[in-house]
Write a protein that binds this ligand. Structure first.
Ligand code: PLP
Length: 391
């Protein structure tokens, strides 16, 4: 049952994931579920396990779990680490905070560097922390590439350089749940050991599968890692994957969708996909600034290509604005999470998204702000349209 007053037209799902699933992908999944131990499935399995490597920027194995992104977080930790191992994490926002909490709950010693939720991981801080760890007690550095709660993208390539500059052997574990297929990412080139991701954002799929891309160094670590693992254990999965199978029941119909979504990304070309997202992010920031409001991200090197968090002044309640926009315009926007509750709303501009989807989204945001009594300059929308009129 809809909670909106609108009965016509399509709902605008502009949260930063799950994102809108293209009709092509929906149709590709609308087929009978097949025997996951049969030859037809083996061909599908082999094809998607190979094709999925492209958005990760890797030629190394990518594990696919029938699980949400949180499962893939756990898989990355449990395959590579042992009880009491030290890990280095940075408080970039809500998701980094949740991931370090998971690490603590799993029996790891977490060094959690505080942050203001408006910046990404500082490569200088990584270098400093690792250089001070002369005994190499830190076994892994955990980075959320794109903080979905803040719209801040950490510079993973520079984090890699910082680890190398410190001459430290720690593994690099990176969460790309809201960046994969939207923001340039290079698992191999940046020497990432485990890249974690999920289906429901840049890959334009429904929620339900998640990923670990694994380096040779990560695989080697998994052979001696002592945290208990069973469902998440890479070894039996990789053995079954060699023949296109899984040790348990895979998410067959989402894999049909994955095959189609990867085809769509390849047809557009990943560099074009990243440029499209960056351009839409730029137009969104033009609107926000035109309205006289603040983009939460403070460092232009860290602006997210997949979402923009808009900060309202204390006199306004961002949740009330979101609720009005849902009720009046049938559009869902992302809420402020934990520390940012009521202070920000988040505009998702990722996945299956084009110029007119953005124009409609920003028009809805502007109308909602005005109707909520937020003092804005209504030329904000025009600023975005001016940007969209350029290539
Ligand atoms: N990490 C990031 C950056 C996310 O955005 C999310 C979900 O939005 C998660 C982790 C958790 O993923 P899931 O909700 O699929 O378990």
């Amino acid at each position: 049952m809809s909670v909106t007053t609108s009965t016509g037209g399509r709902h605008f799902l502009q949260i930063p994931g799950p994102t809108n699933v293209p009709d092509r992908v929906l149709r590709a999944m609308d087929f009978p579920t097949i025997d996951h131990r049969g030859p037809e499935f083996a061909a599908l399995g082999k094809e998607v396990l190979e094709a999925v490597k492209a958005p990760f920027g890797t030629t190394q194995p990518v594990i696919i779990y029938p699980a949400s992104g949180t499962g893939a977080w756990e898989a990355a930790l449990t395959n590579t680490l042992s009880p009491g191992d030290r890990v280095l994490c940075f408080e970039t926002g809500h998701f980094a905070t949740l991931w370090q909490k998971m690490a603590t709950e799993m029996g790891l010693e977490v060094d959690f560097v505080p942050g203001d939720w408006r910046h990404g991981v500082q490569p200088e801080a990584v270098q400093e922390k690792l250089a001070a760890d002369t005994g190499h007690a830190i076994k892994a550095v955990m980075v959320v590439h794109n903080e979905t709660s803040t719209g801040v993208t950490s510079r993973v390539g520079e984090v890699r350089q910082a680890i190398d500059a410190a001459g430290h052997p720690a593994l690099l574990l990176v969460d790309t749940i809201s960046s994969l297929g939207s923001i340039d990412y290079r698992h191999d080139e940046w020497g990432v050991d485990v890249t974690i991701s999920g289906s429901q954002k840049g890959l334009m799929l429904p929620p339900g599968i998640s990923f670990n891309a694994v380096s040779e160094k990560a695989l080697e670590a998994s052979r001696t890692a002592k945290l208990p693992k069973s469902y998440w254990n890479w070894e039996p999965i990789l053995a079954a994957n060699a023949n296109g199978f899984w040790p348990y029941t895979p998410a067959t119909n989402i894999l049909y969708g994955l095959k189609e979504a990867l085809k769509m990304l390849a047809e557009e070309g990943l560099p074009n996909v990243y440029a499209r997202h960056a351009r839409h992010a730029e137009a969104t920031r033009a609107a926000v600034r035109g309205w006289g409001l603040e983009v939460l991200a403070l460092d232009e090197r860290e602006y997210s290509g997949s979402l923009t968090a808009v900060l309202l002044s204390d006199e306004y309640d961002a949740d009330a604005v979101r609720e009005l926009i849902l009720r009046e315009y049938d559009m869902s926007l992302g809420a402020g999470l934990t520390k940012l509750a009521g202070k920000v709303f988040r505009i998702g501009h990722l996945g299956h998204f084009n110029d007119l989807t953005l124009a409609g989204t920003l028009a809805g945001v502007q109308m909602g702000l005005v109707r909520s009594g937020v003092k804005i300059d209504p030329t904000g929308l025009q600023s975005a349209l001016d940007r969209l009129q350029q290539p």
